[in-house]
Design a protein. Structure first.
Length: 304
């Protein structure tokens, strides 16, 4: 029996659990629950998968502990920049942006690009002008910079700290059986100015096709790009008939000798099956399948 469902992620990384206080972990779970509920309510009321993934990602872009929108990482110049994408599994239409600075909700800009332009990917100032022309909310740089990310930027410059990979994303299937995926990120702390990650690349960090699956990735963007990770999941389901969870697990370990780094993904099938796979000890994730209870998890050893 087909069911509607949504899954979300807010980053996968290898991290010392001692670095995450109980208070911060509780906040992570709060942010995940809020985003999951925002998306699931859309599906429950008969809304589209596109509306659901946009709602969930917007919630995470607003939540300051996640690396997307408000609370984004700062590049080497101390500036937050954003990449995002959304894809409709029914039409195979997609919208994406990279290197924007002032759009409050990058995922909504991605959706506007998908609906109202002839292009898939817009960059920088051109993407911002498009956003302004469509009346999307804009904010000054100060809105996006949190004290935590400012401190991380300062320490990264001094100590070369490990990069964080807490991209956010969502996948969903609605009551009509349509699939969608969306991904949004503030990139890496102290990344080179102009760097673009996997999130806005269709087939890299984001992909959806009604007949097979919707996928959103997180982790080290350069590794995910080189492995075309989201498309690998789709290809294994389509061409080998692999079950969704098996395809996700295999995609994470594919070419491990050459594609080393943090990798994580969420996926959903046309029947409402949710799959999660990652190679780190932490992946902030949550999902809710029709008829079941919502699941929220942070660490690898938690039961999904």
């Amino acid at each position: 029996m087909k069911k509607y469902a949504i899954a979300i992620h807010a980053g996968a990384e290898q991290i010392d659990p001692k670095e995450v206080s109980p208070e911060k972990e509780a906040q992570y779970r709060k942010g995940l629950r809020q985003a999951l509920q925002a998306g699931y309510q859309v599906l429950e009321s008969g809304g589209s998968a596109l509306d659901a993934v946009e709602a969930a990602v917007k919630s995470m872009e607003y939540f300051p502990l996640f690396n997307a929108g408000r609370g984004a990482s700062l590049d080497e110049q101390g500036t937050p920049t954003f990449d995002a994408a959304i894809m409709d599994g029914e039409t195979l239409k997609a919208g994406a942006l990279c290197n924007t600075r002032y759009v409050k909700h990058p995922v909504s800009l991605a959706r506007s690009i998908m609906r109202e332009s002839d292009h898939v990917l817009l960059a920088g100032e051109g993407a911002e002008k498009f956003a302004e022309s469509k009346g999307l909310e804009m904010e000054d740089t100060d809105y996006f910079i949190t004290e935590e990310k400012q401190q991380a930027w300062e320490k990264k410059g001094q100590e070369k700290l490990t990069e964080q990979h807490d991209t956010v994303g969502a996948v969903a299937v609605d009551q009509k059986g349509n699939l969608a995926a969306a991904t949004s990120t503030g990139g890496l702390t102290f990344q080179h100015q102009g760097r673009v990650g996997d999130s806005p690349l269709i087939g890299g960090g984001t992909y959806a096709h009604n007949a097979y699956c919707a996928v959103s990735c997180t982790g080290k963007g350069e590794v995910i790009m080189r492995g075309a990770l989201a498309h690998e999941v789709y290809a294994m389901v389509k061409y080998t008939g692999a079950p969704l969870q098996s395809a996700c697990t295999k995609a994470i370990s594919l070419y491990n000798d050459r594609l080393q780094g943090d990798k994580g993904l969420i996926a959903v099938s046309p029947d409402g099956e949710v799959a999660v796979a990652f190679n780190t000890n932490q992946m902030k994730r949550a999902y809710h399948v029709q008829g079941g209870e919502p699941v929220v998890a942070v660490w690898r050893d938690e039961t999904d």
